[in-house]
Write a protein that binds this ligand. Sequence first.
Ligand code: AHR
Length: 498
Amino acid sequence: MKAKITVNKNNKVGQIDRRIYGSFIEHLGRAVYNGIYEPTHITADDMGFRGDVLELINQLNIPIVRYPGGNFVSGYNWEDGIGDKSKRPHKLDLAWLSIETNEVGIDEFQEWAKRANTDVMMAVNLGTRGPDEARSLIEYCNGRTNTYYANLRRKNGFDEPFGIKLWCLGNEMDGDWQICHKTAEEYGRAATETAKVLKWIDPDIELVACGSSDPNMPTYGEWERTVLDHTYDYIDYLSLHCYYGNKANNTLDFLARAEDMDRFIKNTANICDEIKAKKNSEKTVNLSFDEWNVWYRTKDEEKSMERWQIAPHLLEEKYNFEDALLVGCMLMTLQNNCDRVKIACLAQLVNVIAPIMTENGGKAWKQTIFYPYMYASLYGNGATLKVNIESDAYKSGEGWDIPYLCTSVIDNKDRGEVVVFAVNRSLEENMELQLDLDGFDGYTFKEHIELYCDDLNTVNSKDSEKIHPNNRYVNQAEPIILQKHSWNMLIFCDKKEK
Ligand code: AHR
């Protein structure tokens, strides 16, 4: 099969905001406890953070990490996780039917974030709580005044404010599974009033309001309109969440989900603009895709496990090679929509639907999805170019035409590189790829990194990293071949730069 990519240097989608390569750590299962934090682990540092996990996280160069939830945040009292550890209460976590020991809270997490070279994206509880607790929390985190909560932070050992600049107004408030789920009207009002007090205390922050937790929610669309009607003037981003799966065991259909994500983004951006027009506003509300991933094997696990455990094995999805292909495609979708998606969080980071797994007291290792995420974060920087694709296509379950070639092309001016990410979705045929890079005279083909495995069900484990990148031999005179069902990164380099 043959395919062709045509781009023009001056025809851009937009500049990529690095925050689209964000991730997420929730107090859920073993994400925090025995994930990022395990004081008895041989690699633990002075604060109990696992050094082996930090080492893997640093390889990903993650710009932001959302915290502390997720569904967890809707029942969370942030005050339980600050100050003297010996006095912190054990509490029931109703989101995940577990026990929260509060050994880690914002005091520790903001310190962990520094060690992981990342910024915190903080969520406030708009389930059981509201503006009052949110205003105390932001004063605790960012306050410089001589007032109670800023002083409490100082008393707890932190003279300097944490300086958290990005805040989520609750989590998935449209879902009836959420602790104190709200109607769009109720949430719109609560989010507006919370946004006002947060920005009065710290005008430099940015705020994300909850959009829908899935494009298939029955309230999708109307939820966004109502919430934006209330919040438009006070917020900066609207959130989107989506998880895909392959329950039907249909790989071609599964790999087509990246196009579904694309539609979700474009439709939601249109709704934002509809409200912008209705309000005759100058401001554009952009998008924060702050939960996305493959997740289907371990859904609803908390309902059948033994209740009230501390750090249970929950949502420990084992990712196979096919999942890595879709994660690669979804990253391309985010890059291709960089004009509207400014923030995105791969959900999640460690143990819970995660690229990194750990064994209690043992090893840490990379799941299959680690690599497409790492390469996007390390090399997908600069401006996304508009791509014209010529490729054979197949029909997805819903009758859409899905090109076998999924791609994004990034002009990284700073490094003098054009980076092409590409997945060949064909399960049968290799693809000969032709590239027309208009405006990039003098650029030559420098590197071809590939993820390929014959068996789509292959997984990595603590003892064997079967799915890992291969450097393919580059020969300028030979055609570029994308193997059947493979993920690829092609780098073209400006000769003048090197
Ligand atoms: O990421 C796991 C869960 O998925 C989050 O807690 C919730 O926001 C979503 O439903």
